[in-house]
Design a protein around this ligand. Structure first.
Ligand code: FAD
Ligand code: NAD
Length: 451
């Protein structure tokens, strides 16, 4: 049985752990699929490269409001797909070779615990002093009658299709429905979103979620509070029967995309056989320093946290590296903030409490809402739908939450994340800081000054 100082399971964010500080260790990496994991191969990176193309299409179409009458001659899906994956695909071989050349033993097969700190890897068993588990998550396939009898895509496969379908039914109303609805909608696919929630993106602040639902419903057919009672084949495509509060609906589409959430890969790893404590959703339980219930085993990323966001996994991998090397100086994430953005159209970004969370938790708050249109740049954009919303504590005047829907939301929110992380008051970041005129950031300044 091979014994290592360190075994890393999963070469997504797990691969980012390795640097010169760990070069002295006898290390193995086990990766069943591709180096780079979900984010690089079938997640953040390719999806955002498609979103950029979709934004370019939509911007051209929307330029008429400025008096610029442009038409999109052709959006070449295959050329865009090939450009994206010609850049991404070689990175796997490069990363694998690099590790091997630097003395890391790479296993390219699925790992499974057979006992605490004993892994089955193909026909071999291996052990280690230290394990880092970063095996991520995968799409959930909900238990809907007939779904197992029809062809469908998930985010794992849909970005590599050969042709854009004429129509697409999307199950789910979360991140992936919002982003891929935008992408395929821009390429000309007729989208029907079918979700069980009362709005799209229900975890966003209620005003943001309501505004997005209203805007998405102008572009797509959207069925809310939907109970999908059957899925069947119809010609080359699919047909869904859907019960909504207003009655039964039939949805026919050439392609079906299932985007109903993701689940941690702890079952594939047989984490229970490894003695690891799991929570009710199957995530590995860790303490705040990312130690699991088994001494010497750490866990990070989608397999351990509920955020399922790459910037969280990246931050955790830096902390785990530090904590492994410095047992007397255990670090934690310095705050509980988990900012995120949805790269749909319009963009959405959020940090901290939503208004409904503040209300439900009986937290006192001041709220302000500022439309992009109230600022010079928003006015120039002829914008009528975008806004910034902020919540602040009336006593210490710290920001409790910030939520933005509109162009560049993911960028505009960053100074507010800084302020919340560093403990600045709304007056310090609103009144004491100069905002460049006439930049879009003035909408942030105005929302702060209104608190
Ligand atoms: C379509 C899509 C878009 C996204 N966009 C964004 C975004 O814009 N911003 C953002 O912050 N996040 C985004 N995410 C989420 C982000 O991709 C994940 O949070 C991130 O990839 C998690 O990293 P990880 O290292 O925990 O897991 P992963 O990247 O999934 O890596 C886990 C690795 O473990 C391997 N593995 C699994 N089981 C085993 C096993 N038993 N043995 C060996 N290897 C195994 C897998 O093959 C995989 O390579 C997106 C996700 C999707 C699906
Ligand atoms: N920009 C980003 O950061 C980004 C982008 C894409 C994905 N992601 C990550 O990937 C994860 C997965 O995305 P997702 O959109 O699949 O999940 P999600 O959790 O965002 O949304 C799931 C949706 O599916 C709905 N749903 C679940 N079961 C259903 C059923 N049986 N019938 C109808 N609707 C059903 C839910 O109500 C919800 O609207 C996200 O949670 C996020 O962490 C992040």
């Amino acid at each position: 049985m091979q014994h290592y100082d360190l075994v890393i399971l999963g070469a997504g964010s797990g691969n980012m752990l390795l640097n010169d500080e760990l070069a002295h260790l006898r290390t193995a990496v086990v990766e069943a699929d591709r180096f780079g994991g979900t984010c690089l191969n079938r997640g953040c990176i390719p999806s955002k490269m498609y979103v950029l193309a979709a934004d370019a299409i939509e911007d051209a179409r929307a330029a008429a409001r400025l008096g610029v009458h442009a038409t999109v001659e052709r959006a070449d899906w295959q050329a865009i797909r090939d450009r994206i994956f010609r850049r991404i695909d070689p990175l796997h071989d490069g990363a694998l070779d690099y590790r091997r050349k630097n003395g890391v033993h790479v296993y390219t097969t699925e790992a499974r615990f057979v006992a605490p700190k004993v892994l089955q890897v193909g026909t071999e068993q291996i052990t280690a002093d230290t394990f880092v588990i970063a095996v991520g998550s995968r799409p959930v396939v909900p238990d809907i009658p007939g779904l197992d009898t029809v062809p469908f895509h998930t985010s794992d496969t849909v970005m590599r299709i050969d042709e854009v379908p004429a129509s697409m039914a999307v199950i789910g109303g979360g991140f992936i429905a919002a982003e891929f609805g935008h992408v395929f909608g821009a390429f000309g696919t007729g989208i029907t979103i079918v979700t069980r929630g009362p709005r799209l993106l229900t975890r966003e602040d209620e005003q943001i979620s309501a505004r997005f639902t209203e805007l998405a419903s102008r572009r797509h057919r959207v069925l809310l509070e939907a109970d999908i009672t059957s899925v069947e084949r119809r010609g080359d495509g699919v047909a869904l029967t859907v019960n909504c509060p207003d009655g039964e609906h039939s949805v026919e589409a050439a392609m079906l995309l299932v985007s109903a959430g993701r689940r941690p890969n702890t079952d594939r790893l047989d984490a229970a056989a490894g003695g690891l404590e799991l929570d009710a959703h199957g995530h590995i339980v860790t303490d705040r320093a990312y130690r699991t219930s088994v001494p010497g085993i750490w866990a990070l990323g989608d397999v351990a946290n509920h955020f399922q966001l790459k910037h969280m996994a990246n931050a955790e991998s830096r902390i785990v590296r530090h904590n492994m090397l410095h047992p007397q100086d255990q670090r934690t994430l310095p705050h509980s903030l988990a900012p995120h953005a949805v790269f749909t159209s319009p963009q959405i970004a959020s940090v901290g409490l939503t208004e409904q969370e503040a209300r439900n938790r009986k937290i006192d708050y001041l709220a302000s809402v500022r439309d992009y249109a109230d600022t010079a740049y928003g006015w120039a954009l002829e914008d009528t739908t975008s806004f910034v919303k902020m919540l602040a504590d009336p006593r210490d005047r710290m920001l409790l939450g910030a939520h933005i829907i509109g162009p560049q939301a993911a960028t505009l929110i960053q100074p507010l994340i800084q302020a919340m992380t560093l403990g600045l008051t709304v007056d310090q970041i609103g009144r004491d800081v100069l905002y460049i005129h006439p930049a879009l950031t003035e909408v942030v300044e105005q929302a702060l000054l209104a608190l």
